[in-house]
Write a protein that binds this ligand. Structure first.
Ligand SMILES: Cc1cc2nc3c(=O)[nH]c(=O)nc-3n(C[C@H](O)[C@H](O)[C@H](O)COP(=O)(O)O)c2cc1C
Length: 188
């Protein structure tokens, strides 16, 4: 067995793929698909998205310093792809995809009702990296679908059937293999 050497590139997969909703504060809003996203700090809760300058959504994020990350599901797979291969310059993605706007608490961009989790974000820093600008942002509000909450107040994201992106393809997540810390838990 041997490894094949690829030219250095992005191969950190699988990844979450998210629908980012944006607005310009003047009545225009949009949705785009982002895979270059990540959790970067626990406290304060911070995330990043990396966006190419040529995206229609880019100036809305840059000028308002705001966006919402909406998590995706198997049911949202078509919308996730579509929002990533069409531009708000040419099509109203909300209407075309039958997605419902919900006014956010802290940012101008609405969030997507059909998504199980909406993460309202305010940009604290922009890093020009090359092809993409990285928007580093603080989480300012978080909304989760009550249908995935149990009677004890625990949230079961897996019941929403999250979507993942891996090397150009979309996948459903597989079976649970263990809980955080299971590797050192003593058997009863
Ligand atoms: C699976 C997938 C992941 C994507 N990830 C990113 C990304 O991380 N950053 C980015 O700038 N564009 C990304 N795109 C491309 C944009 O979503 C796409 O160019 C979109 O048409 C931009 O929309 P807009 O012009 O309405 O802003 C991705 C597209 C797909 C399908």
């Amino acid at each position: 067995m041997a490894k094949v050497d690829f030219k250095p590139g992005n191969m950190l997969y699988p990844l979450p793929v998210v629908l980012v909703s944006v607005a310009d504060g003047k009545g225009n809003d949009n949705i785009l698909t982002i895979a270059w996203t990540g959790t970067i700090c626990s406290d304060p809760a911070m995330v990043s998205i990396s966006v190419r300058k040529e995206r229609y959504s880019y100036p809305m994020i840059k000028e308002t310093g705001e966006f919402v990350i909406n998590l995706t599901t198997e049911d949202l797979a078509f919308a996730t792809d579509y929002a990533g291969v069409t531009s708000g310059r040419d099509v109203d993605k909300w209407a075309k995809l039958n997605l419902t706007r919900v006014p956010s608490d802290k940012v101008a961009a609405p969030y997507i009702a059909e998504s199980p989790v909406a993460i309202e974000c305010k940009v604290t820093e922009v890093k020009e990296l090359g092809t993409h600008d990285m928007f580093i942002a603080e989480v300012v509000a978080l909304h989760v679908d009550d249908k995935y909450m149990d009677e004890k107040g625990a949230f079961h994201l897996e019941q929403a059937k999250p979507l993942v992106y891996s090397h150009g393809k979309y996948f459903a997540i597989g079976k649970e293999l263990g809980k955080f810390g299971y590797s050192i838990k003593k058997e009863k």
